[in-house]
Design a protein around this ligand. Structure first.
Ligand code: NDP
Length: 309
C-alpha cells in the first residue's frame, strides 16, 4: 500500500516552527504583515484568499485584503502595489491571480518590490532561483520540496518528471528539484508519449489542471507521485467514472454539487505508487504554509534578523 504524504501534517509542523520566529519578531516590536490584493469577485480566488487570511490570523501575522473592483485599471492597481511597497508594516504582498483581462498582469507582478514578493514569482526572484541564490521561492513548489524532505524521500540522483511548465508551479518546481540534484524532465501539452516519459519517473509531479489524467499506466510502480492539480468537477458521470461508482464519493458530490479531484487518478495512484500526495490534503495546505514562511522571512530580513529566504 502506498504511503500517504500528508500535507496537513507537514503544514502543522511548519506553522509550529514559525511560532517562535514570530515571537522573536514580536519581542522586537515587529509583527509580520501580509497584504493580499483580490480583484473582483472570483469565488475560487475568494476561498483561496480567505484561507490565507485565516492562516495569518492563526499565527498572529497581520493581514490586510485590498479588494479593487473587477473594472480596475492597470494604473489603479499599480498605485495599490506602489502604496504597499512603501508601507513599513507590510512585509509580503500577494496579488491573487487571475487578474481581469484589461489589466496588464505582467506589469503588476513586476511592480511588486522583489523583497516583498510573498509569492516568489517576481522575475528577479525567479532569476535568483535559477542561479541558486537565496530569495523568496514560489510557494507551491517550495511546499512540494518540504513535503519530500519531511517524508525523507530521496531526491538526489533520482529521475524527476514534472508535467506542466507554468511560471508558478512547473518551471520553479523543476528548478528546485534540479538544485536538489534530481535529473529533471519537464513535460507539457506538446510532449509526445507523455505516459512513457512519466513511467521513467522516480518522482512524478503533476501540475496540468486536467482531472485524473495521470492514470496507472503513467506511474512507475513504487514511484513518488505529487499531485498539484486542483480541479472542481461538476459532472456527476465523470465523478462516477473516476471513482468507479463509489457510493461515498457520489454522496459527497450530491451534497456539494462538485468534487475536488487532482490531476492524478486517485485510485490508480494508491495502487501503483510507493508514496503520493492526495487531493485534497496534499500540496494545497503547504502552499499556504510556505506563503506564511515567505512573509515571516521577509519580516525577519527587514528587522535585521538575517534569513536567507
Ligand atoms: P497552467 O494552466 O498555467 O499550466 C498547465 C500546464 O500543464 C501547462 O504547461 C500545459 O502545457 C500543461 N498541460 C496541460 N494539459 C496537458 C496535457 N494534456 N499533457 C501535458 N501537459 C499538459 O496551470 P498551473 O500550473 O497554474 O496549475 C496547474 C494545476 O495545479 C491546476 O489544477 C491548478 O489549479 C493547480 N494549482 C494548485 C495549487 C495548490 O496550491 N494546490 C497552486 C497552483 C496551482 P502547455 O504549456 O503546453 O500549455
Amino acid at each position: 500500500m502506498a504511503e500517504l504524504l500528508n500535507g496537513n501534517r507537514v503544514r502543522d509542523q511548519i506553522k509550529a516552527e514559525l511560532a517562535p520566529r514570530i515571537a522573536a519578531l514580536a519581542a522586537r516590536g515587529r509583527q509580520p504583515g501580509l497584504a493580499v490584493v483580490l480583484v473582483g469577485r472570483n469565488p475560487a480566488s475568494e476561498i483561496y484568499v480567505r484561507n490565507k487570511i485565516k492562516a495569518c490570523a492563526d499565527l498572529g501575522i497581520y493581514s490586510e485584503t485590498i479588494t479593487p473592483p473587477e473594472s480596475v485599471t492597470t494604473d489603479e492597481l499599480l498605485a495599490v502595489v506602489g502604496e504597499l511597497n512603501g508601507r513599513a508594516g507590510i512585509d509580503g504582498i500577494l496579488v491573487q491571480l487571475p487578474l481581469p483581462p484589461q489589466v496588464d498582469a505582467k506589469r503588476i507582478l513586476l511592480a511588486i518590490a522583489p523583497e516583498k514578493d510573498a509569492d516568489g514569482i517576481h522575475p528577479y526572484n525567479v532569476g535568483c532561483l535559477v542561479a541558486g541564490l537565496p530569495a523568496p521561492r514560489a510557494c507551491t513548489p517550495a511546499g512540494i520540496l518540504e513535503l519530500l524532505a519531511r517524508y525523507r524521500i530521496p531526491v538526489a540522483g533520482k529521475r524527476a518528471v514534472v508535467v506542466g511548465r507554468s511560471d508558478i508551479v512547473g518551471k520553479p518546481v523543476a528548478f528546485l528539484l534540479l538544485h536538489a540534484n534530481a535529473t529533471v524532465t519537464i513535460c507539457h501539452s506538446k510532449t509526445p508519449d507523455l505516459a512513457g516519459i512519466c513511467r521513467q519517473a522516480d518522482i512524478l509531479v503533476a501540475a496540468m489542471g486536467r482531472p485524473a489524467s495521470i492514470t496507472g499506466d503513467f506511474i512507475q510502480p513504487g514511484a513518488t507521485v505529487i499531485d498539484v492539480g486542483t480541479n472542481h468537477i461538476a459532472d456527476r458521470a465523470l465523478v462516477a467514472r473516476i471513482f468507479r461508482d463509489s457510493a461515498e464519493k457520489l454522496a459527497a458530490f450530491d451534497k456539494r454539487g462538485s468534487l475536488l479531484v487532482g490531476d492524478v487518478h486517485p485510485l490508480d495512484v494508491a495502487e501503483r505508487a510507493g508514496a503520493y500526495s492526495p487531493v485534497p490534503g496534499g500540496v494545497g495546505p503547504l502552499t499556504i504554509a510556505m506563503l506564511m514562511v515567505n512573509t515571516v522571512a521577509a519580516a525577519e530580513r527587514r528587522a535585521g534578523l538575517s534569513r536567507d529566504c
